[in-house]
Each structure stands twice: as C-alpha cells, then as structure tokens.
Design a protein. Structure first.
Length: 703
C-alpha cells in the first residue's frame, strides 16, 4: 500500500462527500450532470490549490469518460457509479519502460481466458495514482496486445483491470495480480504517487473492440490533455497571485517616476517597470488562457448537447483542433509564470520555505506528460491541419474572420482588432505554407511545428482577448477597466511575438537538417587509421560498439551500422579492433583474469590516452540484460544509460546477479569486454554521478 501525505485521505474523503467528484458525471450514475464549462473552471481552482491532490480525482474522471463511451452496459453499471462517487479511482496505464510516445512498441499481452476475461501480463511505468490509500479500489485502464494482434498501433486493445476484483454485489473482492513495484522520485508533484506497475496474469476485461484500444484510450487521453492544460493554467494563476502579493509588500528602492510611498523607507517593488512587465505578462497570459479554455469547454458542451448535428460537428471540430494547442501553450504559460513568479520574489523565490519554487517544480511536468509539447505540435501539424479536408481549421478560421469583419469599422475596437487582424493574416499565410511544404517534405512540417503551434495559440488567445474587450468597452466597473488594460498589454507586448514566429516558420528547416549529427557531441572521433596507429603493438581489451552491433550466441557480429561519429562501418571497426586489441583468455577462467586486469588503481581503466580513441565505443555497455547460456536472464542495473539485450555470458563462475565487487565477462567480435561495478567505465560513471562531473563518455545523460 502506498500512503499519501498526512491529511490527504481526510481531505479526499471530504472532497468526494461534498460531491466534487461527480460534477460532470451522468445523473444516471449518481452525477450532477453539470457542463464541462463549469467543471473545467473548478479544475483550475483545484490545481491552483494543490496540483498533486487534484491528479487523483482528475484521472478518475478520465477513466469514467473512457468507460462511459466504450464500455459495455455491464461495465458501465459496475464501474461508473463508483467512479462518480469517488469511492473508486482510476488510472490509465500506457507507458512501458522501453516505449512512451510510440505505443505500437508495447509488450504487455492479454491472453483470453475461458470465462470471457483476459489475463494481462506486462510492466507499466509513470502511472499516476497507480497505488494509494484514498479509494477503496483502483480501476486501471491498460493497453495490451492480444495473441492475434497485428503489429504496431493497429494491434493495441484496451482492458479494465481492477486492483480488487469486484464481487457480485459490487464490493471490492479478492486482490488482483496487480502490484506497484516502485515509486518514481520526481522533481515535483511529490504528493502524487507515480508508480511502476506490474501485471502478472491479472484478470481484466476488454473495453471496446479488439485491436481498437488506442482510439478508445484517446477518449481518456484527450480529456487528460485538456486537464493538463488546465493544470498549467492553475499553476500560472497561483504563481501570479503570490507574485502580486509579494510585489505589493516588498519595498526596495524608489520608483523611476519619483517617490511613490513617502511614508516608507522605500517603494514597493510593484512600481518598478520590469516587475510590472513580469506581472502583466503573467496576468495577460493567465486570463487569456482562461478565456480560451472556457471557450473550448463551451464548445465541448455544444458538441454533446446541441440539437443540430451540424452545429455539434463544428463544435467538436473546434475542440479537436484546440486540444493540442491548449495542452502546449497553457503549460508553457504555466512554466513561464512560475519562473517569473520566482523572479519577482528574487532570492526569496529560490528558497523552499516560501513555496514559489514548488510551483516551478510542479509546472515542469505538464510540458512533458500526456504527450510532450513537441508531440502536441506534431499532432497539430501532422493530423489536425489536413483532417477532413481542412474542416478542423475552418472551425476556428471562419468565426475569427467573421468577428474581425464585424468589428473592423468600430473605432473603439481598432486597438484590438488591428493587431488581431495582422496576427490572423500571418497565421493564414503560414498555415498555407506549412501545408504545402509538409506535403513535399514531412521534415519541413516537423521543423515548423513548435513555432507554428505557438503562433496559432497566441492568435487564438488574441481572438479571445478581442472578444473580451468588445464586452468590456463602455463599462465603468473596475473589473472591466482592468480587463481592457490587460487586453491592451497583450496586444502591444505579447502578440507581436507572432511576427518572429512566422519568420522562423517561413525560414524552413534546412538549418536543422544540415547540421551534422556528429557535431552535436562537440568533437569527432579520430579516423580508424589513427586509432589503429595509436594502438599498434599494444595488447589491450577492446570495447565493442555495443549500441550498434548485435552480438550472436557464439560471439559473432549479427548486425551493425556505422559509428555515429566517425561513420566507419562498425563491423569493419570491430574486426580491426579484434585484430589489434584482443587478449586471449580461456573460456573457463575469464572472470578472475578480468578482475585482476581491471582492479582499481591499475590497468586499462587508468590508461586515458589509450581509451580516448575508443571511448565512444563503450557508452552503451553499462546497463544491459545479458543472456546466459541456459536462456535465463542475468539482470543487473549499473546506473548508466542504455540497454544491450543481445549479449552472451562466458565463464562458468560469472554470477547471475551482479553484486558489489563482482564482474561479468562478455564475449563479442572485438574481443573481451568487462562490465560490472569495477569496470573502468562504470567506475567513471559512478564517480561522476557522486561528484556531479560528467564522465568522458559523450553520451552521458547525467543519470
């Protein structure tokens, strides 16, 4: 059992008993039936109050939506009332250790059972709310593949796998074969249990049709992406509130316009231009995001409830178009606001006791999970622009253009309409160019995607601000005056960014494509001839180019590619190294010889001049799953990046589990290589991890 922080169980109990978990749920299952436009604004307040806490009911609502749309009547009757009341919670289990974005690579499997259920086996990671003490049961929605599944994403199915198998009367029964095997130690949202989950022939039931699980899961994922966007909005709001409060109270220096607080030793920092710039940027982006999210939520409600099918379709098109934009630009705004809030606080913002740094730590994940913001940009450019002959685009372009034309003769609206019209014109031009280039060369579309998404998002936000300005004009209330002032700031100081974004998109992607891969590492490895000259006459153990060469059961090279730095064929390189650097050892005694050769303080581990030419060959050998001769796995984790699954142990004394001081000897085409706690490169990685210095390996990830 994973225990949530003290106070969470009582808070969650009060939260669900007050009915907050049931806002948008169907009254047939105990819900209140309130529209999305209400629920979304409540979500923002929850995220501002405690983002980590809000993730538990948020994920449950996503599970509710997936089952309500794709589940059988029996599944709906069993699970939806419990999810609505908050008695049971939900998760979505997609990511696996070897795959995240590319879900077609998942290995979790589902085997049909005689009773109509399935036995789910596999490992999932990064599962938010995967295990906790808030609810009586946890309902996992799991992606897995059936035995007859076609390859790739076309073979994914969705299954509901409860932590406790429900009894006939709907109560939690015996424990299912679902286990939390570990908790991730994260930068932020520390009160949210992010779990590694193991399913060991767990009992589950198919949701939706076989091999159509990804489309069913996207019901939950799209809800989650909108929810993550709102998380960014919630963080932006609370960071702004705290920054304003501090700027009003903190006194430092005198205003450039003269003394503003003569009764105090100094003026509040609120009077300084740069502080005002940061606060107004936070405010303008936060209020613009809120307006755009409310607009999208209203269209979501229209798509579900309007009597006219054509109107429902247009509203749904708008929501589909805006989902990646909202997820990306809202979370970027949340991160920016959290950082600016810390900046307003100065040194005190960097101190944990004051709480500002937590907003930055919490906000950072929102740009990563539920599809990174780069993936959202690719979704927008690769899927949404051309979908249904541009129908999604028309759901925004047509009403925005109609609004501009309707307001363009109003002199009072000129300061808002003119900047909007310019940005809208840029968006139209860039959209056409991206579409044409993308048809000719997908790389060009990908190179433009992130800047294009931000251009689109800022233009959509300008449309929302102009609509708010049209409502606020002529009203004498302080609220509306502040709204107009913020709208002016957005149009004058934020929206001009669309000009540079358009220029970057139109510049094309050739500068990205032309940059040589090897240059990313800052140096090229020496030519093969130089390596051989330096090592001539020297008998040393060689390190195989492990990431790129697959080693067969007898040590032969069974596949390969070119070195990413020197571009020499790796089979040729391995063979040359084998001729020059092989140390002959008997199959039955390599471990002892290797340990003697590689003991700390001597041997090749300290021969830096010799190692330098081939350092790039060892970078993937420190973490792997070697294959023993009997086919069993000898698993170990040495804390360095990469995996090497196709290695064969030699030497009868080599242990299956690597412990302190132990060593493994692996045979390959380039001779003998040692991996283990006392290997030279693992020793360097370990020392670098403790000291904070990067090791010599250019692929070091910092882990």
């Amino acid at each position: 059992m994973v225990r949530t922080p003290r106070g969470f169980p009582a808070a969650y109990r009060a939260f669900r008993e007050a009915g907050w978990t049931s806002l948008g749920a169907d009254p047939d299952y105990g819900g209140q039936g309130l529209p999305k436009s209400v629920g979304l604004l409540v979500e923002e307040m929850i995220c501002s109050a405690n983002m980590a806490f809000g993730m538990y009911p948020g994920l449950s609502h996503g599970a509710y939506m997936a089952i309500s749309k794709h589940g059988t009547p029996e599944q709906k009757a069993l699970y939806l009332p419990k999810l609505t009341s908050g008695e049971w919670s939900g998760t979505m289990c997609l990511t696996e250790p070897h795959c995240g974005t590319d879900l077609g690579l998942i290995r979790s499997k589902a085997v049909p059972a005689e009773d109509g259920s399935f036995r789910i086996t596999g490992n999932k990671i990064f599962i938010s709310a995967g295990e906790h003490d808030l609810a009586d049961n946890i309902i996992h929605l799991v992606l897995a593949k059936l035995p007859d599944a076609p390859p790739g994403t076309r073979g994914i199915s969705l299954f509901v796998v409860p932590k406790y198998l429900p009894t006939e009367d709907g109560r939690p029964g015996p424990r299912n074969a679902v286990t939390c095997t570990g908790l991730e130690h994260k930068m932020g949202i520390k009160a949210s249990a992010t779990c590694a989950m193991a399913f060991d022939e767990a009992k589950g039931w198919l949701v939706g049709r076989p091999h159509k699980g990804l489309s069913a899961m996207f019901t939950m994922m799209n809800e989650a992406r909108l929810g993550v966007g709102v998380q960014g909005l919630g963080i932006a709001e609370i960071a702004y509130q705290n920054a304003v409060a501090y700027a009003r109270d903190r006194i430092q220096g005198r205003g450039l316009q003269g003394t503003q607080a003569p009764d105090k030793a100094a003026d509040p920092i609120l009077v300084h231009p740069d502080v005002r710039r940061m606060l107004l940027t936070m405010r303008a982006m936060t209020e613009g995001c809120r307006a755009l999210s409310a607009f999208a939520a209203l269209e979501h409600d229209v798509s579900l409830r309007h009597p006219d099918a054509a109107v429902r379709q247009q509203a749904d098109d708008f929501v589909q178009l805006m989902t990646p934009i909202i997820k990306a630009i809202f979370t970027d705004a949340g991160w920016d606001a959290a950082v600016m809030g810390m900046q307003v606080w100065g040194g005190h913002g960097y101190i944990r006791d004051n709480g500002m740094e937590q907003f930055a730590r919490d906000a950072r994940i929102t740009q990563i999970y539920e599809g990174t913001n780069g993936i959202q940009a690719l979704d927008l450019v690769g899927r949404k622009l051309g979908a249904h002959g541009g129908r999604y685009l028309r759901s925004f372009f047509h009403p925005a253009l109609a609004f501009i034309e309707a307001q363009q003769d109003d002199a009072a609206m000129e300061e808002f309409i003119l900047p909007l019209a310019k940005a809208f014109g840029r968006l139209q031009q860039v959209t056409a160019e991206v579409a044409q280039r993308g048809l000719r060369d997908p790389f060009e579309a990908g190179a433009a995607a992130t800047d294009y998404l931000r251009l689109f998002g800022l233009t959509a936000m300008a449309y929302a601000w102009a609509r708010m300005a049209a409502v606020a004009l002529g009203k004498d209330d302080a609220f509306y005056k502040a709204k107009l002032a913020t709208a002016r700031f957005f149009m004058q100081r934020i929206l001009p960014e669309t000009s540079s974004l358009a220029a970057k998109v139109l510049a094309g992607g050739e500068s990205l494509r032309a940059f040589e891969d090897a240059a990313f590492w800052g140096r090229r490895c020496p030519p093969l001839e130089t390596v051989l000259d330096q090592s001539a006459g020297t008998k040393r153990k060689a390190f195989a180019p492990a990431r790129h060469i697959a080693i067969g059961g007898e040590g032969e090279v069974v596949g390969g590619d070119a070195c990413p730095l020197c571009r020499h064929p790796l089979e040729q390189l391995a063979a040359a190294l084998a001729r020059q650097w092989t140390v002959d050892v008997e199959a039955g005694e390599p471990a002892g010889i290797a340990q003697e050769e590689f003991r700390p303080g001597g041997g090749i581990g300290h021969d830096e001049e010799l190692l330098r030419p081939v350092r790039h060959l060892e970078h993937r050998m420190a973490r792997c799953v070697p294959r023993r001769g009997d086919g069993a796995d000898a698993r170990h984790d040495l804390g360095a990046p990469g995996r090497l699954p196709q290695l064969r142990l030699i030497g009868a004394e080599a242990p299956a589990d690597i412990g302190e001081g132990a060593a493994l000897v692996l045979r390959h085409a380039a001779g003998i290589a040692l991996i283990g706690p006392e290997s030279p490169f693992h020793r360097r990685h370990r020392e670098a991890r403790h000291s904070g210095r990067p090791p010599c390996c250019p692929w070091w990830s910092g882990r």
